[in-house]
Design a protein around this ligand. Structure first.
Ligand code: SAH
Length: 231
């Protein structure tokens, strides 16, 4: 079973939103498993210390390599070891799909100024970022990553097809969606979508997805062109 082991100083934040909706129902059904491990359980002093002042000075605190290493080693198993970090490689749907297809993940949530660099090297942690902004801690980032993986697990999404057609599946953003009423505040649903002509509808959606991607995400569009010169 796909298993996420989260290492955090806030285990009480889990499952949180992962216990509701799609991911929560799948968790109840046993389609995946979640352990939230308190890093403090792996401290060795009376105060359960997990951090210390930065070598070389400066503000804040740094999470200790020895304590984190014990927590990671106790999690065991042959799963990818991820560190949520604004310095990491930005998370992509491709990486999410790979992780989702594997045995699960060990996910380390940072706090304070981050973690001792030697831990990242010594435990070969893969640094993963949610984007170019700074959160106060890794928990929300870990939840986002786990949610993205879990919804791709077999049996989790109601309609199997919805994973294959959505944004990024084909290197494109998703086409615009509409639902009733046909006319809302003077805006009509594009006529082609109510035509019943499935070929025309597919072609329209494809064109819209390409237009949106070119306009909003020239980076995605360029990456796609270089893979598929005919696209
Ligand atoms: N001083 C650090 C930021 C620490 S933020 C720096 O400048 O790089 C505290 C923790 O929040 C990090 O250790 C990380 O686990 C998490 N975090 C913050 N922003 C993140 C992001 N964009 N993606 C993933 N994790 C993030």
């Amino acid at each position: 079973m796909w298993r996420a082991t989260v290492l955090t100083i806030f285990p009480e934040m889990f499952p949180g939103p992962l216990g509701a909706s799609l991911a929560g129902k799948a968790l109840e059904k046993g389609l995946w498993a979640l352990d939230a491990i308190d890093i403090r359980d792996h401290a060795t002093d009376r105060h359960r210390t997990v951090d210390d002042t930065p070598a070389g000075g400066g503000p804040g605190m740094v999470m200790k390599a020895d304590v984190l290493a014990r927590a990671i080693d106790a999690a065991g198993g042959e799963r990818p070891r991820l560190l949520m970090s604004p310095r990491g490689a930005p998370l992509t749907q491709t990486r999410v799909a790979e992780l989702s297809g594997g045995p699960g993940a060990i996910v380390l949530c940072g706090r304070f100024e981050g973690v001792d660099e030697r831990l990242i090297e010594g435990r070969a942690l893969e640094e993963v970022s949610l984007g170019d902004f700074v959160l106060s801690g890794g928990v929300i980032a870990a939840m986002a990553l786990i949610d993205a993986c879990v919804r791709l697990l077999p049996g989790v999404m109601g309609r199997l097809a919805s994973g294959a057609e959505e944004s990024f599946a084909d290197g494109l953003l998703e086409y615009p969606q509409y639902t009733r009423p046909q006319l809302w505040e003077g805006r009509a649903i594009p006529e082609v979508l109510t035509s019943g002509d499935h070929g025309k509808i597919a072609a329209w959606r494809r064109g819209e997805a390409e237009k949106l991607t070119r306009e909003r995400r020239p980076d995605l569009w360029a990456a796609r062109k270089s893979v598929k010169p005919d696209g």
